[in-house]
Design a protein around this ligand. Structure first.
Ligand code: FPP
Length: 244
C-alpha cells in the first residue's frame, strides 16, 4: 500500500490499497428497475467496469480484480450467459484502449469451459499487455475460489507424486504460489455493491486479511466518487493482521 501522490485532490494523503477486488453485483436489478432485459444491465455493468478500472489507475491502485463470471453463473438462462460472453468478446476486441493506458490484463478462472474464440482473445490480450506496468486488471471468468484452491492442491500433488516436492514442503506460501493469482499480491479491499454482504466464493484465500466495503448502490450506478469513498473508508481502518 502507498500514500497516494496528490494526483486527485479528494484522496490525497489517503492510504491507497495495492489490490482491490470488486464484485460487480446488481446489474439484473438495475435493469429490472427500468423494465429492461437483464442483459442490458450487464452491458451497463461492463461500461462501469471500464470506468472504475481507469479511476482506480488514476487513484494509484496497482491491481484490481473484477468478478465477471463465477463457476455458479452457468445456472443462469442461456441467453443471459451468451450475452455476458458476448460482452467479454466485445471488450477484448477493444483491448487497444487498455493498451493506450499501459494496463496489463490477466484472466483467472477455469478457461476449459469457455469458447475457443474467447480463449484465444484472452490469450492475445494477456500476451500483448504482458509488460504494461501502470496497473494490472484481473478479470475473474468462470472463477470460483474453492475450485481455485483445488487447482492449487492438484498442482502440488502432481509434484509430490513425481518426487519434485516433499510433503513437508507444503505450506501457505506454496498453496498461494499455485493459485491462479500466484504472482499477484493478496487483496487489501473487497468492494461489493448492491446491498449484498457475501463473498460468494470470490478470492477466498487471497482475502484472508482484506477489509470489506459494502454499499447499496447497484453496480451500473457505481461512480468514480464511490470508489474514492471506498478507498477513504479503507484508509480509515486499522489493519492489525492478527497483531495488536
Ligand atoms: C452480477 O449481477 C453480475 C454478473 C454475474 C455478471 C457481471 C458481468 C458484467 C458486469 C459484464 C462484465 C463485462 C466485462 C467486459 C468485464 P447480477 O446479474 O447477479 O445482478 P442481480 O443480483 O441484480 O440480479
Amino acid at each position: 500500500m502507498a500514500v497516494n501522490s496528490k494526483k486527485q485532490d479528494d484522496i490525497s494523503e489517503t492510504l491507497v490499497p495495492t489490490h482491490i477486488g470488486v464484485i460487480m453485483d446488481g446489474n439484473g436489478r438495475w435493469a429490472k428497475k427500468r423494465l429492461l432485459p437483464r442483459k442490458l444491465g450487464h452491458r451497463e455493468g461492463a461500461k462501469t467496469f471500464k470506468k472504475i478500472a481507469l479511476a482506480g489507475k488514476a487513484m494509484g491502485v496497482k491491481y484490481m480484480t473484477f468478478y465477471a463470471f463465477s463457476t455458479e453463473n452457468w445456472k443462469r438462462p442461456k441467453d443471459e450467459v451468451d450475452a455476458i460472453m458476448k460482452l467479454f468478446e466485445e471488450y477484448l476486441d477493444d483491448v487497444s484502449s487498455f493498451e493506450k493506458e499501459n494496463i496489463r490484463l490477466v484472466f483467472i478462472g477455469d478457461r476449459s469451459m469457455l469458447s475457443t474464440n474467447l480463449r484465444e482473445k484472452m490469450k492475445h490480450a494477456e500476451e500483448i499487455s504482458r509488460d504494461f506496468d501502470s496497473m494490472t486488471v484481473i478479470l475473474a471468468v468462470n472463477y470460483g475460489g474453492q475450485s481455485e484452491i483445488c487447482h492449487s492442491v492438484k498442482e502440488i500433488a502432481k509434484k509430490v507424486k513425481d518426487g519434485e516436492l516433499d510433503i513437508n514442503d507444503i505450506d501457505e506460501h506454496l498453496i498461494e504460489k499455485n493459485l491462479y493469482t500466484g504472482n499477484i499480491p493478496p487483496v487489501d479491499l473487497i468492494i461489493r455493491p448492491s446491498g449484498e454482504m457475501r463473498l460468494s466464493n470470490f478470492l477466498i484465500w487471497q482475502s484472508a486479511y482484506a477489509e470489506y466495503y459494502f454499499t447499496d448502490i447497484l453496480w451500473p450506478d457505481f461512480k468514480e466518487k464511490d470508489l474514492g469513498e471506498a478507498i477513504k473508508a479503507f484508509s480509515d481502518r486499522n489493519r492489525r493482521f492478527g497483531g495488536i
